[in-house]
Design a protein around this ligand. Sequence first.
Ligand code: ZN
Length: 430
Amino acid sequence: MNSVDLKSADEPKEIGHEIYSLITELFPICRSITGDGYRQTMRILQRNIPLQIHEVPSGTQVFDWVVPREWNIKDAYVKNAKGEKVIDFQKSNLHVLNYSIPINKVMSLKELKEHLFTLPDHPDWIPYKTSYYKDNWGFCLSHNALTKLEDGDYEVLVDSTLENGNLTYGELYLEGEEQEEVLISCHCCHPSLANDNLSGIGLATILAKYLQTASHRLSYRFVFIPGTIGAITWLALNEATLNRIKYGLVVTGVGDSGKITYKKSRRGNTEIDRATSHVLKNSGQDYNIIDFYPYGYDERQYCSPAFNLPVGCFMRTPYGQYPEYHTSADNLDSIHPESLGDSFSKLLAILHILENNRTYLNLNPKCEPQLGKRGLYSSIGANELALLWVLNMSDGDNTLLDIAERSGIEFAAIQDAAKQLLGHSLIIIY
Ligand code: ZN
């Protein structure tokens, strides 16, 4: 039997620290859906995994969308009449409306205010705002800082470029014994935000690094793409081979201390949905499983009707449901190595099920085989019950996960029973 033991990873705690330190390195970079910050991020990931970096030219038609111009930024600030920087991009890249067009102008506070964004409910936090598809410029700042701005003239500089270039994304394919693929997707387009974005990037990278050293039956495809436009672009460029994707997860928001949330694929009952539900139900911890809805992350694109891929979304507290979401408070203090390590082990447990979820055929289907003479039957206990379930249900129709679900016995015990029966030539892989 092709047994792939993905559960024997290093200590989740150590893995959590490894993910956290990668996130710490990536945190200061000003990323966007295109540009050098994105490339720099991909190059840092390449130190961990042999990621292929792809460049797709601006203007490329991707279904109903067009790859936008590339955005890069050197500096941005607002200076008051005394020449003091009252807003400074060098202090936080969230201060600039992401994708701001260049501007260099002196203006009144009244005019400036039309381009300022704050969060009055969280007056110390800087919001994260973007304007990818509408030419605009702007600054984000804390509400407290806004209230301190005095009347007068302000010098406003956004030293950015918005020109034909490329959309960059990273991809890693890990070939398994079979062509069936598991897609792991995360968006990488957010600047200094830790949970939304970086936690998914960090976890996916270290997971890929781990899988490189493990033997695996399935093939794995990791994509590190800008949100929405990146997923659309990737799908448009890879439409011919999408049928290889048998399972998939969008991974994001996996570093906060909330419970795991799994958002099911559009189909709702695919193997990835069932494997994930099985792991969460047997984890002994609180969890949340929600149905698909067409809002959220890139599962929206993967699950669009023409593709309808078996891709769910694996996260902890969902986007928008934690106050720090899309603000400067989603920083390195809002994520924890323990949570990252826990998310990692649960993902690995899900992949372990996918790797080992085979269908077997009972070679002795006329009544029960005599287990006692094979040393398999001591007294009725959990192990014996699992053996009986696997024997009874192995008629070529049921996978081990089917048997685990129907018997209420955990997958690992069912898998172990199958191993024993296989060792005694009582079942064969179907
Ligand atoms: Zn986001």
